[in-house]
Ligand binder design. Structure first.
Ligand code: PLP
Length: 471
């Protein structure tokens, strides 16, 4: 065994050999990865080999020569040297996929981010006076134009927006909210817990399935600071169910002198009602119904960067702007750049639908998707025909991001059944390819939905499938 240990190549010889390998398609050569990082992973690989020697995996010293080990070592070091946070291919058909980065930015938004972070900017500089300016002023006007609100401001994400609003308007006092709206928004974050962190006290009214206007009326005391509605964005209650409408709440708030707050979660500027997706109101419609403050996410159906958008009556927004907590929740310049570019696209609704990837993917027609599925299937057959069988299958995509729950979008899935592995094994192996490919299992086949893949990604999909099937 000691002979086997001695046969292992030295780290320096291994490093030189790796640096001389040609680059692999789509990846940087290991030559360009800092040597200290490669060294670390070579050591890790040699440790694996030592473990294997102890486990009796080798018999001859030749099996441990640099030449014999090099292909495996290169694959190991390449895999370990990749950045931890990296691109993946989303073949799931879930458009606003919370675990895969939610919304993709439009090209103009990506360009705006580049511009904002590669150069100095007027982030907090007033070009009219040459004095200090406010970062919040950049998007307020356009937000008001698009939504019809009097005033607005933007923070880090919508959870922060909700906290900031409650902290400003309701701290130490009560907020009345329906038991049917105490939602968990994923990652085990629960709206009631987020809200209580703000220091507001939740006064729950009604039952899970039914809440009446009188429930709110009866709960109002001098302790009450606001009436809150939370959009139940990620589930639907069907059957014996009643919620108080926003219009009724606004009337009650006016009558009792209380602000009405609406947490929309995934706010949409685009009207999807023509698509058979139910009657989710747009942000413009919600603002038009007259609540005092409305909060929503920048990176759900809006299709912009992660942000929490707060719009509403100027008097309340002015108070929210002055809350010191704002400083801890403020958005950075890259987000601001991406958000302004996204909002500008909405000035022309058809341009927004075409150019904002989230909207383009949600509104892609079944016919269009069928053509694209055929194209992907043909490519997979051409490149990998002997390794798998490929078929088309009618299926459904989802919007995701806790929006449009239980609403299916018709699509055509590409079903792939590998010859030498099960679909479950393939799905698992594809998480470790370059780039990783995330798909879904349906009826014992690995399925890809063209809705969330671009045509330009089809060659990468084939590369990943080849790597996954050859493992
Ligand atoms: C998603 C969601 C939030 C949180 O928004 P983030 O942008 O993820 O912070 C808050 N409220 C509701 C109703 C939501 O759906």
């Amino acid at each position: 065994m000691s002979q086997l240990f001695r046969a292992l190549p030295s780290v320096d010889r291994a490093l030189d050999a790796l640096a001389n390998l040609p680059a692999v398609r789509g990846e940087d050569s290991l030559f360009s990865v800092p040597r200290a990082i490669v060294r670390d992973h070579v050591n890790g690989f040699l440790d694996v080999c030592r473990e294997e020697i102890r486990g009796g995996l080798y018999e001859l010293p030749e099996q441990l020569s640099l030449e014999s080990l090099l292909p495996r070592m290169a694959a190991y070091v390449r895999a370990k040297s990749r950045p931890h946070f990296r691109r993946v291919l989303n073949g799931t058909g879930v458009v606003v996929h919370t675990n895969l980065g939610r919304s993709l930015l439009a090209d103009t938004a990506v360009e705006a981010v580049r511009e904002a972070c590669a150069h100095y900017s007027n982030l907090e500089f007033d070009l009219a006076t040459g004095e200090r300016g406010s970062r919040y002023s950049h998007v307020e006007r356009i937000l008001c134009q698009v939504t019809g609100a009097e005033a607005g401001l933007v923070v880090n994400n919508n959870a922060a927006a909700v906290m900031l609003v409650l902290d400003t308007l309701c701290k130490g006092r009560e907020v009345i909210v329906s038991r049917g709206q105490l939602v968990e928004i994923g990652g085990s974050f629960r709206i009631p817990e987020v809200m209580e962190k703000s220091g507001a006290r939740l006064r729950e009214v009604g039952a899970t399935n039914r809440t009446h206007l009188r429930d709110y009326e009866n709960a109002i005391t001098e302790e009450t600071a606001a009436l809150l509605r939370v959009h139940t964005s990620n589930y639907r209650i069907v059957g014996f169910h009643k919620e108080v409408t926003l219009e009724e709440m606004v009337a009650l708030g006016k009558q009792r002198g209380l602000p009405v707050l609406e947490d929309l979660g995934s706010g949409s500027f685009h009207d999807f009602s023509g698509m058979g997706m139910g009657d989710e109101p747009t942000v413009q419609q919600v603002v038009g119904a007259g609540p005092d403050v409305v909060t929503f996410s920048g990176d759900k159906v809006l299709g912009g960067p992660q942000a929490g958008i707060i719009v509403g009556r100027k008097a309340w927004i002015d108070r929210i702007k002055k809350n010191p907590m704002n400083r801890a929740l403020r958005i950075d310049k890259m987000t601001l750049a991406a958000l302004e570019a996204t909002l500008r696209l909405y000035a022309d609704p058809e341009k927004a639908r075409r150019e904002i990837p989230t909207l383009a993917m949600i509104t892609a027609s079944a016919d269009e998707l069928k053509v694209r599925a055929k194209k992907l299937a043909a490519r997979v057959r051409r490149e990998l025909g002997e390794l798998c069988t490929v078929a088309l299958h009618e299926g459904a995509s989802r919007v995701g991001g806790g929006s449009f729950p239980e609403r299916d979008l018709p699509t055509t899935l590409v079903r792939i059944m590998p010859v030498a592995a099960s679909a479950t094994e393939l799905k698992q192996r594809l998480l470790d390819t370059h780039p990783p490919l995330v798909g879904r299992l349906e009826d014992n086949a690995f399925c890809l939905d063209p809705r969330t893949l671009t045509d330009a990604e089809f060659p990468l999909v084939c590369d990943a499938l080849r790597q996954g099937m050859h493992k």
